[in-house]
Design a binder for this molecule. Structure first.
Ligand code: UD1
Ligand code: UDP
Length: 362
């Protein structure tokens, strides 16, 4: 009985860590596959060191490419492997191309799939992640939901109730497990930040690929930088374009390379506000009680708005929204979504073990 975990891109690693660890505690034999979708140290290896993830059993080395090239490379490599090894269950995480590719391969050759973070929907099919989420959910034997809205989406799409498990959020397990390591003081000093500051991340194609839109966004963020310094750990996607368009040309904008998990979360924890288009960062700020202004027209994580610190903003409203956040000052109370309590990994592991045992008994 072997459970195989598929990881490949930065957001996968903090989601997989608690599930691996909980299954290890239950004595389950596991393999960890890294597809190689992300390969820079700061997008990949640093997470293995900092989160004490086991070394991947294999790195497929697929690297970057168009959607079709990347997805096909993962599929080809996994199909060969899974036909030879026939895992008992393959666990996929989130909504990246590696997630979709693994789910497709498994469905075609009859290997069961469990999807961690199932049912999230932005209802925006221009996001590649929305396509990945919908297809992966349609093909999964087990759907692990992080929020009640996700359950409702899965039910509406015809996923049988006995496949859906509301387990909480493994990304938040990782955050809570490492909370003591998130110390804003040394991190802010290392970046020369004194006084209030904001952290910004940008990498969604919808924000960085279109030149006109990117220019509008840069102008809005520059207006924000008139209010306070903004540290921007910039993802490689769109980096060259944003810099070419003058993103760093403001004395209060500090563009740096992507940061390791502990340093990044330390800076987020100490920030007066976070400006982002990330999925995971909307969740992390919610738990840390840091105001989050999300630069997107929609979010697949609406619970971070209804039960958290998040707001969707447009470029033209961003500076005023930030001003309001700064005038209001630090939050003393904020709601946190149900079951975001650091125990999602053990809940997922329990369901998996029971499911595997029931299947074996059949
Ligand atoms: C991917 C995910 C996105 C997720 C993001 C997290 C898909 C479709 N998108 O986006 O959902 O939010 O990861 O970070 O799966 N690159 C490097 N070094 C690397 C990896 C990539 O420089 O280690 C550059 C390459 O130029 C590459 C570009 O980044 O072409 C995009 O990488 P890719 O993995 O295709 O998508 P992301 O934008 O990273
Ligand atoms: N993150 C990090 N360093 C950074 C930016 C992000 O460690 O410089 C972490 C953070 O925990 C975040 C996760 O990487 O939640 C995934 O972020 P990303 O925005 O790349 O992916 P998304 O959640 O949008 O798919």
């Amino acid at each position: 009985m072997t459970v195989v975990h598929i990881t490949g891109a930065r957001p996968n690693f903090p989601k997989a860590a608690p599930v691996l660890s909980a299954l290890t505690s239950l004595g389950v034999r596991q393999q960890l596959v890294h597809t190689g979708q992300h390969y820079d140290d700061k997008l990949s290896d640093i997470f293995f060191r900092e989160l004490e993830l086991p070394r991947p059993d294999v790195n497929l080395g697929v690297g970057s490419g168009s959607h079709a090239t990347q997805t096909a490379a993962v599929m080809t490599a996994l199909e060969e492997r899974f036909l030879a090894e026939r895992p008992s269950l393959v666990v996929v995480y989130g909504d990246v191309n590696s997630t979709l590719a693994a789910a497709l391969v498994c469905a075609k050759i009859g290997v069961p799939v469990a999807h961690v973070e199932a049912g999230l929907r932005s209802f925006d099919l221009t996001m590649p992640e929305e396509i990945n989420r919908k297809v992966t959910d349609a093909l999964s034997d087990l759907a692990f939901a992080t929020s009640p809205d996700a359950i409702a989406h899965l039910s509406r799409e015809g996923v049988p109730a006995d496949r859906i498990h509301f387990v909480g959020n493994p990304m938040i397990d990782t955050l809570l497990a490492h909370l003591d390591r998130f110390d804003p003081e040394p991190a802010r000093q290392a970046h020369g930040l004194s006084g209030p500051y904001a952290v910004a991340t940008l990498h969604r194609p919808g924000n960085v690929d279109d030149k006109a839109h990117a220019v509008t966004l840069i102008q809005a963020i520059h207006k924000c930088a008139d209010l306070l310094p903004i540290l921007v750990p910039l993802h490689p996607r769109g980096r060259a374009r944003l810099l070419e368009l003058g993103f760093a040309d403001h004395p209060n904008i500090r563009v740096v390379d992507p940061l390791g998990y502990v340093e990044f979360m330390s800076l987020v924890r100490g920030a007066a506000a976070v400006l982002t288009d990330s999925g995971g960062v909307q969740e992390e700020t919610t738990v840390l009680g840091v105001p989050c202004l999300t630069l997107r027209p929609s979010t697949e994580r609406p619970i971070t708005i209804t039960h958290g610190t998040n707001r969707l903003v447009r470029a033209d409203t961003l500076p005023d929204e930030l001003q309001a956040v700064l005038e209001r000052g630090p939050l003393t109370e904020w709601p946190v979504p149900p079951l975001w309590d650091g125990k999602a990994g053990p809940r997922i592991a329990r369901v998996i073990v029971d499911w595997l045992n029931a299947r074996r008994a059949r």
